[in-house]
Design a protein around this ligand. Structure first.
Ligand code: 5GP
Length: 190
């Protein structure tokens, strides 16, 4: 009897431990989405209101993160993309040539969501920093977006986005194009 109780307690502890580890891992993987679900008044609201409140919170989180990230805009500090270029951080590479690297976004907003970045940032923390000398790389990035769309089979409908600055929720200050597709894209984008 004692051993049965002990076994049941151990199993229950193990199950709780596994659930906690899973919850922790999910939060680490996607802090923005999950942090919004624990709003203190959420449980008082009907489901549809919870969803819209959640969206507002996500937006607020994104805006706050974008403002914090913007502090790097004027610096030449390296970003996470330098580590991706150096292959110190693994990414799913879709296309690469001597000037640009295209890899799948870690937080995809569409079935196809690829980022294209110049390998040499050359001051382009944002598109707003573009000068005449950047014409070649900017054109090259756009041509690469067509190659990526072709490779991904979305030439019939895809969108190329550049978020510029905190007002557009830019979060990484190394110029990049988002190539989105694989579903019907709505307009206006929001
Ligand atoms: P932004 O918000 O600056 O326009 O876009 C930055 C993008 O980089 C976001 O969509 C974000 O999901 C993506 N991102 C951030 N860190 C990583 C990473 O380590 N790996 C990959 N593949 N994408 C990342």
């Amino acid at each position: 009897m004692v051993s049965t109780t002990l076994a049941a307690t151990s199993f229950s502890l193990l199950r709780n431990y596994n659930a906690n580890v899973r919850a922790f891992a999910a939060n680490v993987r996607a802090p923005l989405q999950h942090s919004t679900n624990y709003n203190s008044i959420n449980f008082l609201l009907p489901l549809h209101s919870r969803r819209s409140l959640s969206r507002v919170s996500v937006t607020n989180d994104e805006e706050a993160a974008a403002k914090a990230a913007a502090l790097n805009a004027r610096s030449e500090a390296p970003t996470i993309f330098d580590k991706i270029i150096a292959k110190e951080i693994l990414s799913s590479i879709v296309y690469e040539d001597e000037k640009v690297l295209a890899f799948r976004d870690i937080n995809p907003q569409a079935p196809v969501h690829v980022l294209i970045i110049p390998k040499f940032r050359d001051g382009l923390t944002t598109l707003a920093k573009a000068e005449a000398r950047h014409g070649d790389i900017l054109g090259h990035l756009l041509c690469a977006s067509k190659i990526v769309a072709e490779k991904e089979g979305i030439l019939d409908g895809f969108r190329v986005v550049i978020n510029n600055g905190p007002g557009a929720c830019q979060s990484v200050y190394h110029l990049h194009l988002h190539v989105l597709g694989g579903r019907q894209l709505k307009w206006p984008p929001g």
